[in-house]
Ligand binder design. Sequence first.
Ligand code: NAD
Length: 298
Amino acid sequence: MNSSLPTDSRAERIAVVGLGLIGGSFAAALKQNGYAGHISALVRTEAAATKAIASGYVDHASTDVRSVIAEANFVLLAVPMLAMRAQLELVKPFLKPNCVVTDAGSVKGPFVEDARSVLQDMANVVPGHPIAGREKSGIDAVDFTLYQGKRVLLTPLDETSPAAIEQVTRLWQQCGALVESLAVDHHDRVLASTSHLPHALAFALVDTLTSGQQHEEIFRYAAGGFGDFTRIASGDAVMWRDIFLTNKTAVCDALDAFNAHLLELREAIDSEDGEKLETVFRRAKQSRDEHFDTTKKS
Ligand code: NAD
């Protein structure tokens, strides 16, 4: 099935559902990079609509679903994972035939399930996930450079139309992103280890230390390493709650593997096994140095 997006972007009409950090930065990046189409946003309050229009990166913003969706040929859902299904149900009655539907959710399996159960026909649904973000959220955090040089992972299905994939790819590229594709399950497993596990550790570490009695001292004497390691614990609580709940199995597997490793490390410290500690630290340092530029902060 062909998607309905016109090839001339001046005739495109994009609707962004959820104009926070991710959805707002998508609109802002497109406009900043000279995108000529029309962008509208579905927001939850009149105040958010006024703010969005004043920002200049959307042409229309409203709490009225029909006015945002009915003319759109491309819809990006950028709401927390557990809000996706309700938003799909909300927009469905107003979707034009062949409108391309994509998302920016951090877990792909549940979005695919929600979209299949609400929309049924998946030909024009292209699940996606920008590997870009930060600890600030909401419309005030919008940044048109957010996707510059960053990866966006698409997880198209066998039935996804190549034209729909091409259009989602083109728009992300216009935001400055590098687009790659991978399988849904693979995405959720990889992200459980590379993103969700480190966030769980940062949340747990800060929470453990701040529930102790020397709470104030810990922050007073914290060195840069503590700040670097725990920066990601400032992420939005609702967004992260939803990510852990929707990627439960893969995150629990990653946590189990990490717990086993941590116990081994504890054992080596307790038994004063310096050789083992050195081996682990050298191996970790070598892997990290190989993959990151150690001359600049990552
Ligand atoms: P955000 O909090 O900045 O924005 C979320 C938007 O969704 C806001 O406009 C908010 O009004 C709206 N919203 C929140 N709850 C809603 C609900 N129940 N119903 C309808 N609308 C609701 O969040 P964000 O960082 O832009 O994240 C959006 C999506 O992108 C999430 O699915 C998240 O997993 C994913 N994501 C986030 C990051 C990141 O680093 N922040 C990175 C990649 C992907």
